[in-house]
Ligand binder design. Structure first.
Ligand code: SF4
Length: 365
């Protein structure tokens, strides 16, 4: 039974110390014991208290009585022909989320979800067609990384790690789950544990303006903005949160973003939609809009999903668009589409697909 036991994953080191002291498991002068535990949890990835050999037998037993180290259940695991991997994970309450690993030559990126579903209904995004169910806890966010590391044999943390980068770009709007995403990001970057460089942790937002500056003041990470349009009329349609936080305010927040500098340029994500936002004029407007901001622009070929309302721009249009941006002095890589055959590509995540299929089966059968 795990109900009345506390999940250690997702607590900060400080919170672990406090909890151990409050439960009388250690004394306040023994905080080094929580550091030992932290090392097992986040440097070695150990899930079995009995294997924590630097912790005394007596404390191990007490830890087992009071705590659990949880991982979500793997509902399905798919590997794309390009080696992208997608896990469909079942949480304790039965909700499902997806996590994607994208291996590249010099790095491995894990795309992490922050909510079950999403409220924002971005028109190009499959996840947006799924209703928001709830925010993920810090434990559920960090556990996606821990589970992926287990599966990829990526423990203990060393130089040649398989997961080198994290993007909060999976299901959900991370800034609408601010505190839990912040806690998870801090644990990911902790120097005694997972030790990911903060330059390799990217928060991607569709533009929750008031939280952008707050995040920049409080958390060391990179920032990516899902931009996708250069005027309010179009952005209201593609990224409806723009009606609440229009482009003028979003770009102002980017200009004022406290961590914006050349070593931590802001990434603007721009999905290429045929006949919608992909003209040379759009490219020139984009350059003007972001002028003066240390930035790079990621062009994302649109990844279709069942009944999606858009098509992807042609290769020629994307090249033309990219050249205009490059000529204006910005890096403008075209993101390679990865994991399309397993619906793991950008904007294709939707955990309810399995539930839908089951109910469809029931309805038909
Ligand atoms: S792009 Fe992100 S914010 Fe927009 S609907 Fe999809 S998951 Fe939500």
């Amino acid at each position: 039974m795990t109900e009345d036991k506390i999940d250690l994953i997702g607590l900060s080191l400080e919170e672990i110390s406090e909890t151990l002291i409050n439960k009388g498991l250690i004394q306040s002068k023994e905080k080094f014991r929580s550091k030992q535990l932290w090392h097992w949890l986040y440097f070695r990835g150990e899930t079995d208290f009995d294997k924590m050999t630097t912790v005394s037998k007596d404390l191990r037993k007490k830890l087992k009585d009071h705590f659990v180290i949880q991982r979500p259940k793997i509902k399905s695991h798919q590997i794309s022909k390009d080696r992208t991997q997608k896990w469909l994970l079942e949480l304790n309450d039965g909700n499902l989320i997806e996590t994607v690993f994208i291996p590249e030559e010099n790095r491995g990126t894990l795309c992490v979800s922050s909510q079950v579903g999403c409220t924002l209904n971005c028109k190009f995004c499959f996840t947006g067609t799924q209703k928001l169910v709830r925010n993920l806890t810090s434990s559920e966010i960090i556990s996606q990384l821990l589970l992926a590391k287990d599966n990829l044999s990526d423990w203990p943390n060393g130089k040649d790690r398989k997961i080198s980068n994290i993007v909060f770009m999976g299901m959900g709007e991370p800034l609408y789950n601010y505190e839990n995403v912040k806690n998870a990001a801090e644990i990911m970057g902790d120097k005694e544990g997972i030790q990911l460089s903060t330059k390799r942790i990217t928060l991607s937002t569709s533009g929750i303006v008031p939280e952008i500056i707050k995040w920049g003041n409080e958390v060391d990470s990179r920032l990516a903005i899902s931009l996708h349009a250069t005027n309010d009329e179009l952005r209201n349609d593609i990224v409806p949160i723009n009606k609440k936080f229009p482009l003028k305010d979003l770009i102002k927040a980017c200009r004022e973003y406290p961590r914006s500098k050349n070593s931590k340029r802001i990434t603007f994500e721009y999905v290429m939609l045929k006949g919608v936002n992909d003209t040379a004029q759009d490219a020139r407007k984009l350059v003007k809009l972001i002028s003066g901001i240390p930035a790079k622009i990621n062009l994302i070929p649109f990844n279709p999903w069942p009944n999606s309302p858009y098509e992807c721009s042609s290769k020629e249009e994307i090249k033309k668009f990219s050249d205009i941006i490059k000529n204006a002095g910005y890096a403008s890589p075209v993101r390679k589409t990865r994991g399309q055959d397993i619906m793991a590509a950008c904007g294709q995540l939707k955990s309810s697909s399995i539930k839908i299929r089951k109910s469809e089966l029931r309805a038909n059968g």
